[in-house]
Structure formats: C-alpha cells, structure tokens
Write a new protein. Structure first.
Length: 448
C-alpha cells in the first residue's frame, strides 16, 4: 500500500498539518467556508473541482449557498488517505486566496436511527418508501446524499404504540405514486389522508408519502413570467422548488454552478446548488417558491442550463423532513432549535425549524393530545443523531440542557450523550474522532 493510500483514522486526519479548517463528522470530513455572495462561493467551487481533478481521491461533495460553501471529503468512506489530507490543504489554500474564512462551528451531520425488533422486516420497506440505497448491513442512504441517512439498531423490547416522530417524503407525482403502491404490500397500515397517505412499516414506524395530485408538482407559470409552462418544465415543486441536471463532466457541473450563482446574485435571492458525481441539484429551500422573484429566477436558471446543453431529470427531485408530535410545541420547539442550531420559520401557524444554510433536514412540530399518556410515556423507536466535531460536542450538550433537555444516558465508549427534550423525544449528540482507536483497543483487549 502506498503512502498516499495508507488508511488514516479520523483522529489522524484531523491531526495532520494544514487541515485545521476540517472536521470529521458522520461520514468523511467537512469544511465550511463563508462567502459574501453566490459568485464568490462559485469561484471556490471551481477551485475545489480543479484541485480534486488532479488528486487520486474521490471527488468531494460540494454545497454552494449564498453565504458560503460546504465541502465534504471521503464522502463514502469510513477512513481517510494522505491524498485526502493533501486535497484538504489545497482547498483551504484556495479558500484563503478568495478571502473565504472557515467556520468549523457550523458543521454537523443529522442522521436518523431506527430501533427495530426485526431489521430484515423493516429495512426493505424504508428502502422502497424513500428510494434509498443499502450500504453495508445496517444503513440506508439517499443516493445523492442530500437527505438524512438511516441507521438501524437492535431494540431491547417491544414498543407497540405509535411513535411521536415520523418522516414526510415528497417526490414528483409519478415517482411518489409508484413508491406508495410498492410499499402497500409491506405496510402494517395505510391511512389515506387526501393528497397523501400515512404508511407504517411492520413495526409501526410511519412515513407520510405525498404523491401530490397530477400537475401539483409542476411550477405553474404566472402571467408575470409570460405564462409559458415550457420555461419552467425542468422544475418540480416538492415543498421546495428543485431542478436536477445530470452532467457528463465536472466542467459542466462547474459551469452550471457559476451560471446559477450569477443569476441568483443578480436576483438578490438565495439558492442552493449541490454538486454530486454526475448531477447538479438546484434547490430553492422549503416553501420559498411562492416568494416574489423566484419564479423568474427559475426561468432564467432553466434557460442557462439549456444553453449548456443540459437536460433535466425531474424524477431525481426529493424532499424529506422530520415531524415531531408535541403537547407543548413552544417548549419542545425551543429545545430542538437549540440542539440543532436551527432558525424558526417566522410565519404564523408554521412550526418549522430549518438549517440556516439549508444543509440539513427540516424539522416540524404538530399537536398531540395531552390525554394520550401511554404514547407520551413510550420511548420512540426513531430518534435523531447529531454528529459534531469533537471540540463542539460538549458545548452543544450544555445548550440542549439549558433549553430544557435532560441527559438520560452518557456513554464514554465512544463519547455519546442521549438527551431527551421536555416531552421525552430523544437526540444523540456524538462525534467520530477517536472511534477507530477505541474499537481497535477493544478488539485487542478481547484477544488478550
């Protein structure tokens, strides 16, 4: 094995010279570089892609936002190489040349964990319902790595009542309808709710699948934009406005990102641009398309993509969010705002919390009957995991406790805190650095 490909642990990666901007999280290592515009961020995107093209490592995942750029190295690996270290150093230098300052404090990965009695009975349901890929034996992941992964673990005893945590999955009408029909056979229950259906797996864990009525997932043009549906046919409204463009090269991906950045800056409106191997996803964020200016911006983005010779694949659009039932929504929402460091949706009657950089999943809250004491007392089978850097975890635990949380379990091997919100919904705060060394020591002790 060459030095460039020698496996490094997360601790060894973070301890390498010149990578102080970077933090190992749930998978891979990330850095966030702040920017004053989409265009400045797009300049770094070009620098990242050019640096990665000459490196003997996987192409990073890149998220361009109006306020900065997140870059993820080794996105599908549990370890690092010297090539990852070298690429991290080069990206940091490119950011410094653009006067973009890193902020490791904003980095986090949000994951979901399902406790199951029979993983084999539950896992295929979720793979079909969400369109996720199976990785290893215990993980399902979004193919584009834009939505929260799911990890399955053994459950100690039956918890038969409904969770207070569920998922919503919104996809273009044809794809969502197919997914709904596919899971009906494996569902323990299907509740028709009008324009969506609540479907439960064999153990009662629920997802709301939203096969929106035919045409409701299209961006209907207004008179102001000329009223031509063809100008918006690349876009789908799946709670957010999304256009997904397969690309044949990183050059095409960068050129599209630069074009979108210029258009978004000219319009004065934030857009998300996610670059993945073979595809670029442009995302307005949840419930944003009805704001002034976005429709015209979408028209211009589609025209720019067409000029680059790109053809959209609307079937790739997908939106997933997490819902939590609560009696005292104000108190529970305040806890989750603190533990996730999210912003509150300011609209009356809307309970959403969202990542201020639109990098992680939306969380929303819905009312629960105070008299439903048994369900309130039962521990959920679904909980949230937050992977942080090792130097941020304890501060986040303190913020969660200050916001009304209770530490119900603390494990030193590896360091993880399980914290319950004011009504018992749990979140695990954890970090990756040191895990490999810990498991190596445990294995050595078992052989001794």
């Amino acid at each position: 094995m060459t030095q460039n490909h020698r496996s490094l642990t997360a601790r060894e990666f973070q301890g390498s010279a010149g990578v102080s901007d970077w933090r190992a999280l749930g998978v891979g290592a990330c850095a966030w570089f702040g920017a004053t515009s989409h265009a400045t961020g797009a300049a770094l995107v070009r620098g990242v892609v050019e640096a990665a093209a000459g490196a003997d490592v996987a192409m990073p995942f890149i998220e361009l936002r109006s306020s900065g750029v997140r870059v993820r190295l080794a996105p599908d690996k549990g370890s690092f190489s010297q090539g990852d270290v070298t690429l991290a150093q080069e990206i940091s230098r490119a950011a410094a040349d653009l006067e973009m300052v890193s902020d490791p404090g904003v980095l986090q990965d949000v994951q979901l964990t399902f406790d199951t009695l029979d993983q084999a009975a539950v896992m295929p349901f979720w793979q079909t319902a969400l369109g996720y890929d199976l990785v290893g034996e215990d993980d399902l992941v979004d193919p584009l790595r834009r939505h929260p992964p799911i990890w399955f673990q053994d459950q100690d005893a039956p918890r038969p009542l409904r969770n207070r945590v569920h998922l919503d999955s919104v996809a273009p009408q044809p794809r969502a309808a197919v997914a709904l029909e596919a899971v009906r056979a494996d569902a323990s229950s299907v509740k028709e709710q009008g324009y969506y259906a609540t479907v439960a797996d064999a153990e009662g864990n629920e997802v709301d699948l939203l096969p929106l009525p035919e045409g409701a997932d299209l961006w209907a043009p207004s008179a102001e934009s000329g009223g031509n549906q063809a100008d918006l046919e690349d876009w789908r409204l799946v709670f957010a406005g999304m256009a997904c463009y397969p690309v044949s090269s990183t050059r095409q991906a960068v050129e599209l990102a630069e074009a979108v950045a210029r258009l978004a800056d000219e319009a004065g409106l934030p857009l998300g641009v996610d670059l993945r191997p073979g595809v670029v996803v442009i995302d307005t964020g949840k419930d944003v398309p009805d704001q002034d200016g976005y429709e015209q911006l979408a028209v211009h983005v589609q025209a720019a993509a067409r000029e680059l010779g790109l053809t959209a694949d609307p079937s790739l659009a997908r939106f997933i969010q997490v819902g939590i039932d609560a009696v005292d929504i104000v108190a529970v929402r305040a806890f989750w705002r603190a533990v996730l460091r999210y912003d509150e949706d300011p609209r009356d009657g809307v309970t959403d919390l969202f990542d201020p950089r639109r990098l992680n999943t939306v969380v929303f809250f819905q009312p629960m009957d105070e008299s439903d004491m048994e369900r309130r007392a039962q521990r959920n089978r679904i909980h949230v995991d937050i992977f942080l850097s090792d130097d941020q975890s304890q501060e986040r635990v303190a913020a969660a406790v200050a916001a009304g949380g209770t530490v119900v379990r603390e494990a030193a091997t590896p360091q993880t805190w399980t914290i319950a919100d004011p009504e018992g919904n749990e979140v695990d705060i954890t970090f990756s650095v040191g895990r490999e060394e810990l498991f190596r020591d445990i294995a050595a002790d078992s052989r001794a």
